[in-house]
Design a protein around this ligand. Structure first.
Ligand SMILES: [Zn+2]
Length: 179
């Protein structure tokens, strides 16, 4: 799910630091994990997202080509607790909350087309992860072996996936090679 504001590395940091599994790590380990997750998302975004000024239709085609579908809903931010998009892995469906995106545009000044791209890109990452097309757990370095042992019993730390998704979605705004 995507909560505004923009997909920045600071937002990725917050996601990792508030994850209960990652919160027990040392600061240097958290930083390594944040860098790894953010970088993994950026590289994956350059691989999977339509380049440049591709149309909204081209974006939806890119999503459909990997087996997901996009549904639009008109309810606002309040109805979704601040979320502008979500992904349902049981049906491989990305839902974009158009009413929420409208409010996001009003509150942040971001162009709604750009906001929709960010939301679609974020949920697209969750689809790629859930369908095994990207493999963050074999690519993002887990610096603490104790944490690695914890993961199978506790599930994959959600905050790391969200940090990856923010890195991925950041390509929708800034495809540059830096960061
Ligand atoms: Zn998410």
């Amino acid at each position: 799910m995507l909560l505004f504001p923009y997909p920045t590395k600071d937002l990725a940091r917050i996601e990792v630091q508030r994850d209960p599994v990652c919160a027990r790590m040392r600061e240097a380990e958290q930083s390594a994990l944040i860098d790894g997750a953010w970088g993994f998302g950026r590289v994956a975004g350059r691989t999977w997202l339509p380049a440049g000024e591709a149309s909204a239709a081209a974006w939806e085609v890119a999503v459909q080509e990997v087996g997901a579908r996009v549904r639009h809903d008109d309810r606002g931010l309040a109805a979704w607790g601040g979320f502008v998009g979500e992904y349902d892995p049981s049906t491989a469906t990305i839902v974009l909350h158009e009413g929420a995106l409208r409010q996001w545009e009003e509150e942040t000044g971001i162009d709604r087309t750009a906001a929709r791209r960010i939301a679609l890109a974020h949920e697209f990452f969750h689809h790629l992860d859930c369908s095994g097309r990207v493999l963050p757990w074999s690519s993002v370095r887990m610096p603490d072996r104790r944490l690695t042992r914890l993961i199978p019993s506790r599930g994959r730390p959600r905050g790391v996936l969200e940090a990856c998704a923010h890195g991925f979605a950041s390509i929708a705004l800034d495809p540059g090679e830096a960061g």
